[in-house]
Design a protein around this ligand. Structure first.
Ligand SMILES: *Cc1c(COP(=O)(O)O)cnc(C)c1O
Length: 412
């Protein structure tokens, strides 16, 4: 469910006409629906309310300050993966008691900053990282909470680049290593190992991989008589991009709650895509149309620097006209491509769309997660602006970059 709907043939975000925003702000641009963000956050929270979970929104999926502030104000915690994300969390005055910090390569300064801010949990991914956190905590005369990130080695059917919970990925530690860490926990006097963490992948459509992973972890804890208080099951809940039938929040809750109840552990979740994915679109303008060989191309004004998911993950995103064509319009198969000098620069391939006119607008649906946050300046293209819609009003929450922003800090 999201709040991007047609009214009389025009695409609206909540109660604002998308074409109107594009006219004022220009293209390409990102548009987020504030109330879709809140809907999704509340959906997962309400589905699990019986166990009062801590829901930490994954900042890397969409780190715009207005997005973070919206969710923090609604009670969400944050899942961060870098010092930069911590900086954002501080700016929106996120409750440090609701921040968890994952990532295989935390640096000393990042760890120190996070301890200083008083974050709730470090999700540690190696012995050496744990040792460093312990040293930092000692220097600051603090005791910090850590959860051991376990790689439970479960199979998840998703793109290779977004599977994280199988043996052979760089994330977490295997059960053997985890056991060794718990056995040697006495060595780390400034840390309390109070939790276990798993994050098994992204865009997972059913509860089975989560159930398998949770079962394995609980069995591990029981077999080794390890006592912790928190079970962090990460993020990864899938959403609808095209014909997927992902679990609903309530189905997910029904499937995992029996395990959580039995474990008596407090639950932490780190959803990103589930909350932000369908809360955003990217709007782009048709520059040119052409036919080469057997193919029809639509060339638009956004490229892989603006939105990389199709190029990077072969991700499917629905491409929708911002204004539906009137009457009977011929449909054609198109590749929708950007202006970047790479053959991998495309938004969609082999899409059947009504013929579009030059200058018309297309919406890339489901672009709220891993859209803007993965954008770059490749080809010296200024980054697109971000707009937040709240009912009948809209706000530019990130300005379009100017050419001078591109060279900021360069010397010649
Ligand atoms: C990326 C990430 C998430 C969020 O994943 P989604 O698929 O967007 O829900 C949560 N936890 C960790 C540790 C991550 O790296």
């Amino acid at each position: 469910m999201h709040r991007f709907k047609y009214k009389d043939g025009s695409l609206y975000c909540e109660n604002v006409n998308v074409a109107r925003i594009a006219k004022e702000v220009g293209t390409p641009l990102y548009i987020y629906s504030k109330n879709t963000l809140l809907d999704h956050y509340r959906k997962i929270r309400n589905a699990l309310r019986e166990v009062s979970p801590l829901i930490c929104f994954s900042v890397k999926s969409n780190s715009n300050l207005a997005v973070l502030k919206t969710l923090v104000a609604a009670g969400a915690g944050l899942d961060i993966v870098s010092g930069g994300e911590l900086y954002r969390a501080k700016l929106v005055k996120a409750d440090p008691g609701k921040i968890v910090y994952a990532g295989v390569g935390k640096k000393r300064d990042e760890i120190m900053d996070a301890i200083r801010y008083g974050i709730f949990f470090f999700n540690v991914e190696s012995d050496e990282e744990l040792a460093l956190i312990n040293t930092c905590a000692g220097e600051m005369k603090r005791k910090v909470n850590v959860a051991v990130r376990i790689n439970p080695d479960v199979r998840v059917l998703t793109h290779d680049y977004i599977t994280t919970g199988m043996g052979g990925t760089k994330f977490g530690v295997d059960f053997k290593r985890a056991r060794a860490i718990f056995r040697s926990s006495w060595k780390y006097r400034n840390t309390r190992i109070r939790g276990v963490h798993i994050h098994i992948g992204s865009q997972i459509l059913g509860a089975r991989p989560f159930q398998n992973a949770i079962k394995k972890v609980l069995k591990f804890l029981e077999a080794n008589k390890i006592v912790v208080e928190y079970l962090n099951i990460g993020g990864g809940l899938g959403i609808v991009y095209s014909l997927e039938k992902p679990q609903t929040a309530s189905r997910f809750a029904k499937d995992i709650l029996p395990l959580v109840r039995k474990s008596k552990l407090k639950l932490i979740l780190e959803p990103g895509r589930f909350i932000s994915g369908n809360s955003g679109i990217m709007v782009t303008k048709v520059l040119f149309r052409k036919r080469t060989g057997q193919k029809n191309f639509i060339i638009v004004d956004s490229g892989m620097n603006d939105f990389v998911r199709p190029s990077l993950y072969e991700a499917y995103h629905t491409i929708a006209p911002v204004t539906k064509p009137q009457g009977r319009v011929k449909k054609r198969r198109y590749d929708i491509v950007g202006p970047i000098c790479e053959s991998g620069d495309f938004l969609a391939k082999n899409r059947t769309l009504p013929a579009v006119a030059q200058g018309s607008l297309l919406a890339v649906m489901g672009a709220g997660a891993y859209g803007y946050t993965m954008s770059s300046n490749y080809n010296s293209r200024p980054r697109a602006p971000e707009v937040m819609v709240d009912k009948k009003r809209f706000f530019v929450v990130k300005k379009r970059e100017a050419y001078k922003d591109l060279v900021e800090g360069e010397a010649y």
